[in-house]
Design a protein around this ligand. Structure first.
Ligand SMILES: NC(=O)CC[C@H](N)C(=O)O
Length: 201
């Protein structure tokens, strides 16, 4: 892990965060991390994981992501990386990190939650919710796009935000899962959780 020189932002920390760039909303994550002063690298091949401090698994379509990730040795390499480094999974990325997925599909099993895919409706049912959170400053704007719902969770998964009676932001050790899209907008607090996880020994 890199030494912190400015723990309130990514600037000057020397950390590099990978963004899984196979499909989906990865450029918006890169832009947000860049604006926070954090170096990023697109991850398209298993060897791109080498030397990274953390990884973002973006939103998109989890079945399509799985299709690419199950080629060659990407899946075991990702499993090893995610078990040993901070990770932030948003929307489809949360589905990849979950312990159980409904309907059933392979997942990394790093967050003790069960997620139900597409539980908030179709693309046209996308909506913005403003709700309380445990993040510094409280209230959080959350963009939901065909989002998964966390329908079961274990106490190991610390809930940091709720919407409509369900957890929508959870953290388990250095793994963070988020049902909404924190990369769309200018609020950096969810990404800051990932940066902070990199800087925590
Ligand atoms: N915005 C998103 O990432 C949607 C997730 C998608 N519905 C899936 O099941 O993978």
């Amino acid at each position: 892990m890199a030494a912190a020189t400015n723990p309130t932002t990514g600037a000057g920390t020397g950390i590099t965060i990978g963004v899984l760039a196979l499909q989906g909303a990865y450029t918006a994550h890169q832009r947000m991390l860049h604006d926070m002063g954090v170096a990023t690298r697109q991850v398209r091949l298993p060897q791109d994981l080498q030397g990274l401090d953390a990884l973002v698994l973006p939103g998109g379509e989890s079945t399509t992501l799985l299709h690419f990730l199950q080629q060659g040795d990407f899946w075991p390499a990702l499993k090893d990386f995610a078990a040993t480094h901070p990770c932030l999974g948003t929307c489809a990325g949360l589905i990849l990190l979950a312990q159980h997925v409904q309907p059933d599909q392979p997942s990394l099993g790093l967050l003790d939650v069960t997620v139900q895919r597409n539980a908030y409706g179709r693309q046209r049912d996308s909506y913005i919710h403003i709700g309380p959170s445990e993040l510094p400053g409280g209230l959080l704007e959350m963009v939901f796009i065909r989002a998964p719902r966390i329908v079961q969770w274990q106490p190991e998964a610390q809930v940091l935000a709720w919407a409509g009676g369900s957890p929508v932001l959870v953290r388990q050790g250095r793994v963070i899962g988020c049902a909404f899209h924190p990369e769309l907008g200018s609020d950096t607090r969810v990404h800051q959780l990932l940066v902070d996880a990199c800087l925590t020994p």
